[in-house]
Ligand binder design. Structure first.
Ligand SMILES: Cc1cc2nc3c(=O)[nH]c(=O)nc-3n(C[C@H](O)[C@H](O)[C@H](O)COP(=O)(O)OP(=O)(O)OC[C@H]3O[C@@H](n4cnc5c(N)ncnc54)[C@H](O)[C@@H]3O)c2cc1C
Length: 431
């Protein structure tokens, strides 16, 4: 009988990191990496920055070369979608009908871009989640000046608007919230970003999209081309291209087993385990952060890597204990790896017009935000985020690396608000 593999589902940042970490943690058995995209694992943050801009080509986004992947001894199943998982037997179903009985599974299926049904079937309407999405949008932006309407003024919408404007397009950014990126950066830094976009010539609007209009009747058999966006207040924005940047949905639709909790991502315990032998990592995983005492899910690049390493280590520790229990009937014994709770200091960054935003800890879901503008014209600012009287996150805009490192230490664990304020002040005024 062939040994059962560990299967990692999702071949992106979390998936490839998990595969490597499984080997490092001592898994010598078969290892399968399953990804529905046709590409080798690539990095997503440059999609809305260097790739869209044209500064980088797709090869530069590869997370590992073929030469780096080969020694892992993977069965690499690209262009293959997992369609189901039976938790009790740890059996995956794939879209080619195969059933894969596994020793353990790591789920790293990320999130998918949300769309609006009203825009379905219209040419010139894009989302921006995959390499193919980014190349398609870039292709359309490269053919002369265009009127681009970006729907959604969160991080992704703002980054794409900045790049398109730098490329000389006529850009309108429309969001429900009057301040761009407010959920991620708070009102103060959001205002600074709004000023920067406006100064660079992006038109900022607050409103709700009601419908999409075709430019004209299409030729027989061809899709209609987008011509404009109608807002709920009746106004109309002419558009050659539309980017929908309206958030994402965790890719859990394929997981129907009632043993799993799939409300807002795949629910996991503090060890990143969703069920015995089933772990999750990256954008799809919602887990109990031991220091914050509530379930959290991040769509941050750094978390994908860190959580994949934690999930892999913990899965190998669990399988080692399972095997030992089968061998000696107790599962107790000498020198076995221990599972460890996953307790990172969350981190994300965003780049717009050469401004770097960097955040540690939790910024979303704060009930208190205090922004200090250190230099208005250079947009140098810092914001502290609190919840229930404790400081839980900090965000820096255009600060030097030394100050940013000091800020990380302030929110590595939740701290009383006044103490954190003082430490932020010290970190941002020191030499
Ligand atoms: C345009 C863009 C810009 C970003 N910029 C930043 C940034 O500046 N800073 C930052 O911190 N983060 C940024 N992020 C977020 C960051 O890229 C993500 O946090 C990271 O990619 C998550 O990695 P992941 O492996 O968990 O998921 P993903 O990268 O989403 O990968 C999941 C993979 O699983 C595949 N998959 C899904 N379902 C199945 C299935 N059933 N079977 C097989 N395969 C499946 C998907 O197709 C995908 O390839 C950005 C994201 C995007 C899209």
């Amino acid at each position: 009988m062939t040994a059962r593999p560990i299967a990692v589902v999702g071949a992106s940042a979390a998936g490839i990191t998990a595969a490597e970490a499984l080997r490092r943690a001592g898994w010598e058995g078969p290892l399968t990496l399953i990804g529905d995209e046709p590409h080798l694992p690539y990095d997503r943050p440059p999609l809305s920055k260097q790739l869209l801009h044209g500064a980088w080509e797709p090869e530069r986004l590869l997370l590992r070369s073929k030469e780096q992947i080969d020694p892992l001894g993977l069965e690499l199943r690209l262009g293959t979608r997992a369609t189901g998982l039976d938790v009790a037997t740890r059996t995956l179903t794939l879209d080619d009908g195969e059933r894969l009985a596994c020793a353990g599974v790591i789920i790293a299926t990320g999130v998918a871009a949300r769309t609006l049904p009203a825009a379905d079937g219209l040419a010139g309407v894009f989302t921006l989640r995959t390499l193919d999405d980014a190349l398609a949008l870039r292709d359309r932006l490269s053919g002369g000046a265009r009127r681009l309407v970006v729907v959604g003024n969160g991080v992704l919408g703002c980054e794409a608007a900045a790049v398109a404007r730098e490329l000389g397009h006529d850009v309108t950014l429309i969001g429900r919230q009057p301040v761009p990126m407010v959920a991620a950066v708070g009102p103060g830094i959001g205002e600074l970003l709004a000023e920067e976009h406006t100064a660079r010539g992006v038109r900022l609007l607050t409103g709700e999209v009601a419908e999409f209009e075709a430019a004209s009747d299409p030729a027989p058999g061809a899709p209609a081309q987008i011509g404009g966006v109608r807002l709920a207040d009746g106004s109309r924005l002419p558009a050659d291209l539309v980017l929908l940047a309206i958030g994402s949905e965790p890719a859990v639709g394929w997981l129907a087993d009632p043993a799993l909790d799939t409300t807002d991502g795949l629910g996991c315990d503090a060890y990143c385990a969703a069920a015995p032998g089933i772990y999750a990592a990256g954008d799809v995983a919602r887990w109990e952060h031991p220091l914050h005492g509530r379930p959290l899910r991040f769509e941050h690049r750094m978390n994908a890597t860190e959580q994949a390493m934690a999930a892999a280590r913990n899965l190998v520790a669990e399988l080692t204990a399972e095997r030992a229990a089968e061998d000696d009937g107790t599962g107790e014994g000498a020198e076995r790896p221990e599972r460890r709770p996953f307790a990172p200091v969350p981190y994300f960054w965003s780049d717009q017009y050469g401004l770097k935003l960097q955040a540690y800890g939790l910024t979303a879901g704060a009930d208190q935000v205090e922004t200090t503008v250190l230099e208005h014209d250079a947009r140098r600012a810092v914001a502290l985020f609190g919840r229930d009287g404790l400081a839980v996150g900090v965000l820096a805009c255009a600060l030097p690396p030394r100050q940013i490192r000091a800020l990380r230490a302030v929110v590595a664990t939740p701290v009383p608000w006044e103490e954190a304020r003082e430490r932020v002040r010290e970190a941002t005024t020191a030499g």
